[in-house]
Design a protein. Sequence first.
Length: 399
Amino acid sequence: MPNFRFRAKDATGRTQAGATDAPSAAALADDLRGRGWLILEIAQQAGQNRTPRTFYIRSVRSIDVEVSLQQIASMLRGGVTLLAALQTVIRQAPRRAMAAAWQGVSEDVQEGSSLADAMADRRCFSQLVVQLVRIGEQTGTLEQVLDRAARTLESRRILKANALTALTYPMLVLAAAMGVTSFMILYLIPQLETFLESLGRTLPPTTQFLLDVSHVVNTYWIQALILIVTLIVGFIAFYRWPQGRAMVDHALLRIPVIGRILRLSGTAGFSKAMGVLISSGITILESLRTAEGLMMNHRLSSTVALARQAVLNGGSLAEPLSRPGAFMPMLGGMVEVGETAGSLEDSFDEVASFHEHQLQSAIKRLSVIIEPAIVVVVGGIVGFVYVSFFQALYAGAAG
């Protein structure tokens, strides 16, 4: 029976540490939870992990992994062996990259590797999936864990798609306005200018303003294009700089409406991942490390890193998660309740469910605002040009 060392917080908040024999890490976790303890870390005393090999398979989509995991789980429940299930998903993989990834996993498993270690060597499998599969192998519930991993990936994919959809609307407004404006300035207004000049009339201020803008743009459009490209390249370089990314990500969370959507999405995604990981028997520290890597926003990932360091030092998990300007305020309060009651995974599940519904509502409200905004912005630009044109005609006629 393997020997494990552990660290946990008892009901009084004191840190307990020691080493004991247990059938598996999950079994030890259940035992410690039965005492009312909050698990901080569990690690096997003997044995070393293999040196990972990295395979850069960039074209594998999350949905490909999701479907493959569901297929393997279904075949395992039907009595198919793991290697036979892997061969089936290799043949049925929708993309060559996905087939190549599973082929590598199959070969490693045949050489004696565990499924989790083989998947950890492939970049297309997230750390969350690898951690769940590892627990499933240790507890003998691989098919259930694979189903849970697939559902978690599906939930994250839908959550991410909803957030991206919401953020696409403002971009549509901007693109539509820029497209209409560019067409009018570069093509339509010069045509109107030719017609108005043929009439030989004095132009009103609004019409003259449009013509002046058109002259400037048509004269300096190459310089303007170079400036725009330079600004884009500069922004990309600034964002790739760690401190620059931290500043941009922090600023994004403070933008009205959009910042709220990003915070709701981050809070729901983090809570969902933590609930699944902890309920599967993974330690809090390891769950936080995994969840940190799932956060796309630097401000949110740094908040998770602070929480992990606080727990490592024997502090509370709730306090760093309540950091202003990061996750939604409800998260810290619910985590504090979960720490006190010893039901942390339930608290995370409640937070995830609540903020997923809040995100859906926020996206619907944004859609209601943006759709008429597109009409108003584009219609306003077109209307201004036409009003200016007819002002020039009637002003000349009145004169």
